[in-house]
Design a binder for this molecule. Structure first.
Ligand SMILES: Cc1ncc(COP(=O)(O)O)c(C=O)c1O
Length: 395
């Protein structure tokens, strides 16, 4: 069989990737894996076995295209108590991770050449999906509180003058990936007002909301702050319970629900995984949350200490109150993209800043995740990384 010209080029983003990014390394600071050290797999096995013994017969037919009702009810309760969102199970779609939720929304919104606004740095997976759809991606300038309303308005007004209405604004509003930023209440209000004024909906991705460690309580989700159907909400239990379990969800206003329902069966997640997630969260969710918090606090602290011990004052990094990553700024002109290969050869992997930009620029930044390795390994890996950067004259 000759497969020349048979494969579609749609769905594959035209985008460069740094050398070494796909290799396995001992010190993996490049991916937000689930923190395996806080997950009790014996408990997970028990609650999964229990629910299959009790309700296994529901696995025979195809499930509800919106996903397991028990899980949707539980999400509805958790969102009301933790994130200020009032949404009943009917407005919730279970998906294959947050990635599945993003993909489902992109599929109902985007035509080639549509414009989408994202933060100065945004999650690489979403950028890939947008680029595969040939979207015009605009990165909006951001500061330590998230995207700048002035800059957002400037873009929206300019686009309007060109008769372009962006399809949506995509934001990771809590412990942002990759910068760790949480958008405070005032800034949220300002962004929602602009979305309403220019008739551009917001997709709010809260994949890291379950990972608060310390600091101020989280502001409410933007979804609950808006009463004009301007916000769609995405989150997931992927990082909380297991990347291999990969259950996420979307909460949408009725008007979007009707559209999403037309394609929901395409990306239906596993009913078995949904049932397992439901029963574990129902029985042990709160306790697991505390264990995650304790474990990632130790790992975050290990990374911050190791950075302080090994990196010079010419570098800056944030001290996140939650989430799974530290955002590091190297001196101007340093290029972490080109040096990744040398780090990987020494067993350390990170993500260069350009990975979070459609234009692949701003590589004097890099993202370091701390969820995978132990605190000791984090110390070892950061020491090696500093040595690589010193030898390569980045720092
Ligand atoms: C902000 C954000 N959204 C979505 C995803 C994809 O998550 P999932 O594995 O739940 O599909 C990630 C994974 O890193 C992420 O950081």
């Amino acid at each position: 069989m000759n497969y020349d010209s048979k494969f579609t080029t749609h769905n594959i983003p035209e985008i460069s990737r740094p050398d070494g990014i796909s290799e396995k390394t001992k010190y993996t600071f490049s991916i937000t894996y689930t923190d395996q050290h806080s997950m009790d797999y014996a408990q997970f096995a028990e609650t999964t076995r229990d629910i299959i013994a009790r309700e296994g017969n529901v696995l025979a037919p195809y499930p509800d295209p919106q996903g397991d009702l028990n899980l949707r009810n539980l999400i509805s309760e958790r969102l009301a108590s933790l994130r200020g969102i009032k949404a009943d199970a009917d407005s919730i779609f279970i998906s294959s991770g947050a990635g599945g939720a993003i993909s489902n929304l992109i599929n109902i919104f985007l035509e080639p050449n549509d414009t989408v606004l994202v933060e100065e740095f945004s999650y690489s997976g979403t950028l890939g999906m947008l680029l595969a759809k040939k979207a015009n991606i605009i990165h909006v300038d951001s500061d330590e509180n998230g995207i700048l309303p002035d800059s957002l308005e400037e873009h929206l007004a300019k686009l309007k003058s060109q008769n372009i209405t962006p399809k949506f604004i995509y934001l990771i509003s809590v412990f942002q990936n990759p910068t760790g930023i949480t958008i405070p209440l005032d800034r949220r209000k300002a962004i929602i007002e602009l979305a309403q004024k220019y008739n551009v909906p917001i997709i709010e991705n809260e994949s890291y909301a379950d990972f608060r460690i310390d600091g101020d309580p989280l502001p409410p989700a933007m979804y609950g702050m808006d009463d004009t159907d301007s916000v769609m909400y995405i989150s997931a239990y992927t990082k909380f319970l297991g990347c291999g379990i990969r259950i996420g969800y979307t909460v949408v206003p009725d008007i979007v629900k009707e559209e999403l329902a037309k394609t929901a069966y395409n990306g239906m997640p596993s009913q078995l995984a949904s049932m397992a997630v439901f029963n574990f969260l129902d029985k042990h969710g709160y306790k697991h949350g505390l264990e995650v918090e304790q474990s990632i606090m130790k790992k975050r602290d290990a990374m911050l200490t190791a950075l302080k011990e090994n990196f010079p004052d010419t570098c800056e990094w944030n001290k996140p109150n939650g989430g799974l990553m530290v955002w590091l700024k190297l001196p101007e002109g340093a290029n972490s993209w080109d040096i990744l290969r040398s780090a990987v050869d020494r067993g350390v992997k990170y993500n260069p800043g350009g990975v979070y930009r459609a234009d692949r620029e701003k590589n004097n930044y890099l993202r370091l995740t701390y969820s995978y390795n132990t605190p000791n390994e984090i110390h070892e890996g950061i020491k090696i990384l500093a040595d690589v950067f010193e030898k390569e004259k980045l720092i």
